[in-house]
Each structure stands twice: as structure tokens, then as C-alpha cells.
Design a binder for this molecule. Structure first.
Ligand code: PLP
Length: 412
């Protein structure tokens, strides 16, 4: 189970695995090549580890988190689509969804923790005040994984877990600056022995973990979908969907056509949309005018990455080019209406503002005949169910351990 090689996409060389994030010779991504050409779903493995054949791990952790694909008859009717499916990662017990931090970042965190442990273990360092930070904090609570979270001071109280962590396993570092200062502090800490970066899009465990959304969809449908809709900040989920789709094509049982990627961002912060509309590989400063103000006004903050892996070999541009993709810029108002439509159709379930952006892009595509009513469509609902988590799961705020100034070193 889970036997794999790491290959540099740009140079083709095979690289040794020591929680390897990049190729020493080329700047592009590395990619996992699994020994199992066909996907065998291991129903006895917990949660997303049922897809262990195509995860870069040899063992699992006890979890109920996994992406779940279902039909939503009322939503399909509203959108006028005959073959619409939702793949949901979040908290929605009625539909069998038990990701208790509420987002598909748990699909990343779980295999990343196992991968690091299988390669010697250590402390994971994450700079995120949002869904990624919470997903990794939960790994400390559930599995004793030590994590350091560096976050801007003003968002430090957005980190909570279900159940409180044993002492010392979560170090929450508040950086008295902005998000870039938090990233710089995290990067500096990762130069110390024993500390490992979560890695972002470079981390194959993150990509292949997120790729289980496509696996769930294809296994449920018995085929690859025609279209895949997701909101993107880094675009890693989109890259992951493309890589998973390539593996499913090679499997031979799911069809031979890559699903078209429909990726959405939240106006006015839409750098990838702007670059892709001109079919440019490079993002330019003019793609994100007034970035600071723009980031402040979007409703979906997880979509405001300023350095997405877009141009890099094996990145978003390549994924969109290979699949024949499209990108959408969605307003806060349209996202809010989409979220209301979802709640109406699905037992009052609130969805993450980012998932609402994706759903709004799907509504736009359906209205503008970018997809046919009979096409098979996956809406990757990347997060949701927070109201029920708060009501049912008793989240506990993670306390700040240390506050530092920008440029100051994290001393643990
Ligand atoms: C992180 C996140 C996204 C965007 O993910 P990418 O890394 O850009 O693929 C979308 N929705 C939610 C809920 C997220 O947490």
C-alpha cells in the first residue's frame, strides 16, 4: 500500500524521499508516482485513508474525515443541471461528513502528518490563521503531533480546536505584523533542526490529500466528471484535481478525458483570473492592483494568496492548460446568494465563504451555457458546517504562547 516514487516534473529525475518538498536541480514541482496503477479503495481504512494507494504514506491515522460525494436534488433543480454532484469536506453528519475543523485542509493535514512521521518525524510549522492553521492544530489534539502556528496578531483568536491540546503540543505564535511577517517568521524557524514546513503546494501529501476529492467523485460516479468547480487561493486543490484525474485516466476504468477545471477567485482580489484571461504564465503586479485593500474587502480570505504556485512547472497554469480550464471572478454578493441557495437545498448547512465563491461560479457557468445541462459536474464544496460544529462540538480557542515583532526570531 502506498508505494511510490518522487519525480521532478521539469527534469524527470527520481528523488529520494525524506519529506522532500522540491528538486535540488529544478524550480518546478515534484510529483508522486504510485506503484498501484489502478485505484483499489480500501474500505476498511479510516476516512480518506481508504485512498491510501494514491497517498504518499504507508500507514494511516484513525479519522472520519474524508470528502463525500452526493447528489443534491434541489440544488440541481435550481441550477437546471441533470448531473450535478457535490463533493463536500466539512461537518455535515447527515451526509456522512465528519471533518471537524470544517474544511478540506484536513485532507492535507492528515497525510502530511503521516508522511512526516514515516520520514523521521518532527515539528510541523504552519503560517496560517485560517483553515490550514486549524486543521494542523487539530492534528496536535487528535494525534499528539507537535505544531507551531505563526499567525498575524490580529487573527490569533481565529484558531480553535475540537478538544483541547495536551500542554506544549501547539505553539501559537502571534506576529505583530501582517501575514507576510508571519510567513517570514515560520520560514526562519524551519531552518532550525527538527522543524519542518507544511510546504504549501510543493508538499505532495497536501496535493494528493486534496486529490482525494476527485477520487471520491470518480469512485461515486464510476467515471471522471466533465467539469470540476473550486474556489482557489493558492490553486493547490486545482492542481491536485488535475493530478488525480491523470491517475484516474491511467487507471483505465474512469474514461480518458480530463475534467475541465473551473477555478474561481473573489473580487476584487483575482490575480490568477487576471493572468489566465490573457493566457499569461506569469502573474504581474497589475493583476493585483491595490492588493492590501483588495485583500481586506473579500469575503473569502483563504482565497487571497499573493504568491500562488501558478507559473511554476506543474502549477495552476499547466493544470488549466492541460484540462482546458476556465477562471471566474466572483463578487461577495453573488457568493452570499450562492451560500443561501445551498443552505436552502441542504438542511440549512452553512458553507465556507470560499465554497460559496465556487458555487457562484458554477451558477454563472450554468447561466452562460459554459456547461451543458446534461454534463456531469462536481462542485468541490471545500468547507462548511461551521454552525453545527459550534453548536455540537464545543470548539476550544487555542491560547497565544508568544508574541513577537516582525523580523524577530521565534525562540522555543
Ligand atoms: C484553502 C481553501 C480553498 C483554496 O484552496 P487552494 O489551496 O487554493 O486550492 C478553498 N476553500 C477553502 C474552504 C479553503 O480552506
Amino acid at each position: 500500500m502506498g508505494d511510490y516514487l518522487l519525480r521532478c516534473i521539469e527534469g524527470g529525475e527520481i528523488l529520494p524521499e525524506h519529506y522532500t518538498l522540491s528538486c535540488p536541480y529544478h524550480p518546478g514541482f515534484i510529483r508522486t508516482e504510485y506503484k498501484a496503477r489502478q485505484l483499489n479503495v480500501h474500505a476498511k481504512e479510516p476516512g480518506l485513508f481508504k485512498y491510501i494507494d494514491w497517498l504518499p504514506v504507508h500507514s494511516s491515522l484513525p479519522t472520519r474525515a474524508e470528502p463525500v460525494t452526493f447528489e443534491s436534488p434541489q440544488l440541481s433543480r435550481e441550477l437546471g443541471l441533470k448531473n450535478l454532484y457535490v463533493t463536500f469536506t466539512g461537518w455535515y453528519p447527515k451526509r456522512g461528513c465528519f471533518a471537524k475543523t470544517g474544511s478540506f485542509k484536513e485532507l492535507e493535514a492528515l497525510p502530511t502528518v503521516v508522511r512526516l512521521r514515516e520520514n523521521g518525524g518532527g515539528t510541523l510549522v504552519v503560517a496560517s490563521a485560517g483553515n490550514t492553521g486549524r486543521a494542523f492544530a487539530q492534528m496536535a489534539v487528535d494525534f499528539g503531533q507537535p505544531v507551531v502556528l505563526a499567525v498575524p496578531k490580529r487573527s490569533a483568536d481565529s484558531i480553535w480546536t475540537i478538544g483541547s491540546a495536551a500542554d506544549g503540543l501547539i505553539q501559537l505564535i502571534a506576529v505583530d505584523g501582517d501575514y507576510s511577517d508571519a510567513i517570514a517568521a515560520a520560514d526562519a524557524l524551519c531552518r532550525e533542526p527538527g522543524y519542518f514546513p507544511e510546504g504549501g503546494g510543493k508538499n505532495i501529501a497536501r496535493r494528493d490529500g486534496m486529490g482525494t476529492v476527485m477520487l471520491s467523485a470518480a469512485v461515486h460516479l464510476g467515471r471522471l466528471p466533465d467539469h470540476y468547480f473550486q474556489a482557489v487561493g493558492s490553486g493547490t486543490g486545482g492542481i491536485a484535481a488535475y493530478e488525480a484525474a491523470m491517475r484516474l485516466v491511467a487507471d483505465g476504468r474512469f474514461g480518458s478525458i480530463l475534467p475541465k477545471l473551473h477555478l474561481a477567485q473573489n473580487t476584487p482580489f483575482t490575480p490568477m483570473v487576471s493572468a489566465w484571461k490573457e493566457r499569461r504564465r506569469e502573474i504581474m503586479p497589475s493583476d493585483m492592483p491595490n492588493a492590501k485593500e483588495a485583500v481586506d474587502v473579500v469575503s473569502a480570505h483563504v482565497l487571497t494568496n499573493r504568491n500562488p504556485p501558478y507559473a511554476v512547472s506543474g502549477g495552476v497554469y499547466d493544470a488549466l492548460s492541460a484540462c482546458g480550464g476556465d477562471m471566474y471572478a466572483v463578487s461577495n454578493a453573488d457568493a452570499a446568494s450562492a451560500a443561501a441557495l445551498f443552505a436552502e437545498a441542504e438542511n440549512g448547512t452553512d458553507i465556507d465563504p470560499a465554497a460559496a465563491v465556487a458555487l457562484a461560479s458554477l451558477i454563472e457557468a450554468a447561466e452562460n451555457d459554459k456547461i451543458n445541462p446534461s454534463d456531469t459536474v462536481i462542485f468541490n464544496c471545500t468547507g462548511g458546517g461551521y454552525n453545527r460544529i459550534f453548536a455540537e462540538c464545543a470548539p476550544v480557542k487555542v491560547p497565544v504562547n508568544i508574541t513577537i515583532h516582525p523580523g524577530e526570531k521565534i525562540q522555543l
